[in-house]
Design a protein around this ligand. Structure first.
Ligand code: NAD
Length: 337
């Protein structure tokens, strides 16, 4: 059986990336849309075979409760709206896939987890790289000891933010700047590549506050993660240049990905430089998104927990909050176990 998804938010990601992916899925189908723009919703519904009765807006959203076509709600809204639309979905008796970063604060993440738990519904966060073939192969080789004992992790992620009016640059809607939006890929990769949880962070932010884009949120932030094994993670995110890179250094070699977390075209090298490029075996789905969508469907069908549940989003948010605190206070912050 294919489970029915309602996509909430028909923006760059929901409409541009997620909706076209249902054709690649085996256990998931698009059945409903939630949008503030009725004309757009009608057009998208017609294009993707969604019946008009399954078009909702932000006001009548709670009535998805009465629609048995909808099993899962996929929240593709600005970050400040994630908590509200996740909690309303859980209260309407639906499972939730919510985009990253999970919410603007860790208390909000806790409320989302509690609401889904109380409703007996699954909650998964849109960490697509956990379903992406190149990343999975890098993790497998690191765990298999191919580069020996891991000593150092590095990742830089950035893109150029152009529009000063975009919600990503408004703190109330985004919760923060490049760290929240794209630095989270470096942070999450540091955790899944090492297989460890950081015990302390140290961060340094530099932002031109006269730049109209950066009145409210940071441009560049660099953060160091200390792992229990002694591995150091050195990460950076920025909104003023394009960068997408992951490097693991072990005592017997290196694993390098560039780009590492892109939609397409990720590349992987294992060895001592870039001589040995690896073609990874296929991931769990036809694409990383199909793997992600079908994973949650299968978790629902088989009553299993997703590999990237709400707790994973919460963990990143708590570390992000410590990174911001470190940058503000200019001191090392020890993370609570
Ligand atoms: P976007 O601005 O393109 O789309 C946001 C959508 O929300 C739009 O359809 C907009 O109309 C709607 N919306 C509803 N109320 C709004 C309001 N008050 N203000 C602004 N927009 C409002 O953003 P996006 O790039 O699609 O990002 C949506 C979510 O997806 C974010 O959480 C983002 O982090 C995430 N995202 C994830 C990836 C990924 O690779 N996993 C990539 C891009 C975006």
């Amino acid at each position: 059986r294919k489970l029915g998804y309602a996509v909430v938010g028909l923006g760059g990601y929901g409409l541009g990336i997620i909706i076209p992916q249902f054709k690649n899925c085996q256990h998931s189908r698009l059945v409903a849309l939630v949008s503030g723009d009725p004309a757009k919703a009608k057009r998208v519904a017609a294009e993707h075979g969604v019946p008009e009765k399954n078009i909702y807006n932000y006001q009548n959203y709670d009535s998805i409760r009465d629609n048995p076509d909808i099993d899962i709600v996929y929240v593709c809204l600005p970050v400040s709206m994630h908590a509200e639309y996740t909690i309303r979905a859980a209260k309407a008796g639906k499972h939730v896939l919510c985009e990253k970063p999970m919410a603007v604060s860790s208390p909000e993440c806790e409320q989302m987890i509690a609401a889904c738990r109380q409703a007996g519904k699954k909650l998964m966060i849109g960490y697509r790289c956990h379903f992406e073939a190149t990343n999975l192969e890098a993790i497998r080789r690191a765990r298999a000891g191919e580069i020996g004992k891991l000593r150092y992790f590095r990742s830089e992620h950035g893109f150029t933010a152009n529009n000063p009016n975009a919600w990503r640059l408004k703190k109330a809607m985004s919760g923060g700047g490049s760290l929240m939006d794209i630095g989270i890929y470096a942070l999450n990769a540091a955790r899944y590549m090492t297989g460890e949880e950081p015990v302390a962070v140290y961060a340094h932010e530099t932002t031109d506050r006269n730049d109209p884009r950066f009145r409210e949120v940071e441009d560049m932030i660099e953060f160091e993660l200390e792992f229990p094994s002694g591995v150091i993670g050195s990460c950076m995110s920025m909104y003023s240049a394009n960068q997408n890179h992951i490097l693991l250094m072990g005592d017997k070699g290196r694993i390098e990905l560039e780009p590492g977390t892109s939609y397409r075209g990720n590349r992987l090298w294992v060895g001592n430089g870039r001589e040995n490029e690896i073609t990874p075996p296929p991931g769990p789905g036809a694409t990383q998104w199909a793997g992600q969508l079908d994973h949650l469907s299968q978790c629902v069908l088989q009553n299993k927990d997703p590999i990237v549940p709400g707790e994973e989003g919460l963990r990143d948010l708590r570390i992000i909050e410590a990174i911001y605190q470190s940058a503000r206070d200019k001191r090392r912050i020890v993370l609570k176990a």
